[in-house]
Design a protein around this ligand. Structure first.
Ligand code: ADP
Ligand code: MG
Length: 200
């Protein structure tokens, strides 16, 4: 399939920028209230660099997007999302089949785990990205099932106790709040599903 890169980039950026206040509110409960602002700054920079990013083949475009996120998002999430997109760019052929997308996402999740020294169940973005990668690896996943899984996994971070990231400083007090990075990952996955389903 030829990836509709421009639409994917536009929709993902628009949804993340629109969610800035919500993400910051989540981060104010268990972090330092900057996740929304960090992500907004990162995706505004991606939009500003859009012509350059889209002039490249898909793999290089994703690497370039990842590098912009590393430079502009900051915090813990910038290098982590940067690693995710740069690994996707490295692993994805320019004309990927669904199985290539599944394999590339699995590799990106492995790289992200190594970069953040985190595992599933630590109350981070990995708790959305990991299950979605596993679901895709099973083959034949519908976009509706991917969207529903991402939403359920973000919700499932609410009762978790944070083991990694700033929220872990709160110990038990991190319980009862959704992880901001899990929510931003869910929003990106939803945006991608919307575009691929022709809803955006
Ligand atoms: P900071 O915590 O530096 O303020 P952000 O607020 O932008 O950075 O991002 C916080 C999010 O980053 C968390 O909600 C969590 O999902 C994610 N995160 C933090 N540390 C890790 C880690 N070691 N591995 C995976 N994700 C992490
Ligand atoms: Mg923060």
């Amino acid at each position: 399939m030829v990836l509709p890169l421009e639409a994917l980039l536009d929709e993902t950026a628009a949804r993340i920028i629109a969610a800035a206040e919500e993400l910051t509110a989540l981060d104010s409960a268990i972090g330092d209230a900057d996740h929304g602002l960090n992500m907004k700054r990162g995706f505004e920079a991606v939009l500003a660099d859009k012509t350059n990013i889209l002039s490249k083949p898909a793999g290089e475009a994703l690497k370039s997007l990842g590098m912009t996120l590393v430079m502009k998002v900051g915090g813990a999430s910038g290098p982590l999302y940067g690693t995710l997109f740069m690994t996707l760019g490295k692993e994805l052929p320019d004309d990927p089949a669904p199985a290539d997308v599944a394999r590339a996402l699995a590799a990106a999740v492995t790289a992200l785990k190594a970069r953040g020294k985190a595992d599933f169940g630590n109350k981070t973005m990995l708790d959305v990205l990991g299950p979605v990668a596993d679901h895709l690896a099973g083959g034949g996943a519908s976009l509706a099932s991917v969207r529903a899984l991402a939403a359920a996994r973000a919700e499932a971070t609410v009762p978790m106790k944070a083991i990694r990231g700033r929220a872990s400083f709160l110990g038990e007090r991190s319980v009862g709040h959704m992880d901001p990075g899990a929510r931003s990952s869910q929003i990106m996955i939803e945006a991608i599903c919307n575009v691929l389903e022709g809803k955006a």
